[in-house]
Design a protein around this ligand. Structure first.
Ligand code: PLP
Length: 392
């Protein structure tokens, strides 16, 4: 496949927390002619995916689909609703929260950044305290990452909503679900989220290239009343064209074929079953990590992510050297440590189109890799995971 590497037999294990393994059904669905995006065949495809994607966000609100990576959808959420100089409350859960904050800084927003230790989720009480202090209601939005992909920590978004309601604060709630959508239960409507940001290349099992804004009524009103200078990301242009099954500019047609198939697959399995499967495979992974005697980055049990597990290596051992051994020896890609966790942690992606035997192979690769890279650990992690899977 890649460049001047000699062929490695068998399937590559892409166990990074996104992009994830793209199932054959989706690859085949995308392998079709790119059609006239202003013709009748496209119209029915567009109307079907625009409707079907709502179920994945557990919303009745419109969902805007951009031909962009997740970063584009981050920007879209902010420029459609906020004005330069607006104050926004963001929470430092890890690298992705930090990148979103940097993007907000560059757009001229005034970010109140609640510091975090990169091992815990969003603390709703801290949000409540910050909102209580904001007597003049100058904070226009609260922005959280639901599943922080750099640390493997999932935050309680319903608790954030309650904190905002208890404070009687009118700020918008915006949530990044790029690595939780279609893998961890997420409810746009029930949790009263105003803008939800998603991406194609993680739980949705698609290649990178699509991203999403689920747009609640309050967010739409903020968009109509103001926001920043915007063009490509403008919701009105999108939502207007979408009503007739069109896009204001050339859509990523073949990725939409893939999205259509992904939605079909999620509905066949049932979204609740998809969440259950992720929870089970995640628990098996955590049993393996515990048996190896290694530590997860996430420190609180209830916050441990069901889509990935970030694992700390013992002091003095380089996580990137370990990952290189795993890639070279076992043809498996593990996620690297990001930001302040660079070299200190590796990440096991267990999301998307993934099952028990794929997990078993993944954990075997990690356990053999720990031995091959001379990382101190206990044997028996794989066994602990298999025991859990066969008992439950
Ligand atoms: C992957 C990811 C992103 C970044 O998305 P890109 O597609 O790389 O732009 C943002 N937030 C979270 C939580 C992610 O996991």
């Amino acid at each position: 496949m890649a460049g001047n590497q000699p062929y490695q037999a068998g399937r590559h294990f892409l166990q990074i927390p996104g992009p994830t393994n793209v199932p054959d059904r989706i690859l085949r669905a995308m392998d079709g002619p790119t059609i006239d995006h202003r013709g009748p065949a496209f119209e029915s495809l567009a109307l079907r995916v625009l409707d079907g994607i709502k179920g994945v966000f557990q919303t009745k609100a419109p969902v805007v689909i951009y031909p962009a990576s997740g970063t584009g959808a981050w920007e879209a959420a902010l420029v459609n609703t906020l004005a330069p100089g607006d104050r926004v409350l963001m929470v430092e859960t890890g690298q992705f929260a930090t990148l979103w904050k940097a993007l907000a800084d560059r757009l001229g927003l005034e970010v109140v950044f609640l510091q975090g230790d990169w091992r815990h989720g969003v603390n709703a009480q801290e949000i409540a305290a910050a909102l209580d202090e904001d007597k003049d209601k100058t904070i226009k939005a609260v922005c959280c990452v639901h599943n922080e992909t750099s640390t493997g920590v999932t935050s309680d978004i319903a608790a954030v909503r309650r904190a905002m309601d208890d404070a009687g604060h009118p700020a918008l709630l915006m949530v990044d679900t790029i690595s939780s959508l279609a893998s961890i239960d997420y409810r746009h409507d029930e949790w009263g989220v105003d803008v939800t940001i998603g991406g194609s290349q993680k739980g949705l099992m698609l290649p990178p290239g699509l991203s999403f804004n689920a747009v609640g009524e309050k967010a739409l009103a903020a968009h109509e009343a103001g926001g920043m200078t915007r063009s490509y990301w403008d919701w009105s242009a999108m939502l207007g064209a979408n009503k007739g099954g069109a896009f204001p500019y050339t859509p990523a047609t073949n990725l939409l074929y893939g999205l259509d198939e992904a939605i079909r697959m999620l509905n066949e399995e049932g979204l609740q079953n998809v969440f259950q499967r992720h929870a089970r495979l995640a628990e098996a992974t955590r049993r393996a990590v515990a048996a190896w005697g290694l530590e997860t980055v996430a420190q609180v049990d209830s916050e441990r992510s069901n889509s990935l597990t970030a694992v700390l290596l013992p002091d003095g051992h380089d996580a990137d050297a370990f990952r290189a051994v795993v890639l070279q020896r076992f043809n498996m890609s593990l996620g690297n440590g990001l930001g302040r966790l660079a070299g200190k942690a590796f990440r096991i992606g267990h999301l998307g189109d993934f099952n028990e035997l794929m997990l078993a192979g993944t954990l075997c690769g990690v356990e053999m890799g720990l031995a091959a890279a001379n990382v101190p650990h206990n044997r028996g992690g794989v066994q602990a995971a298999l025991d859990f899977l066969s008992e439950t």
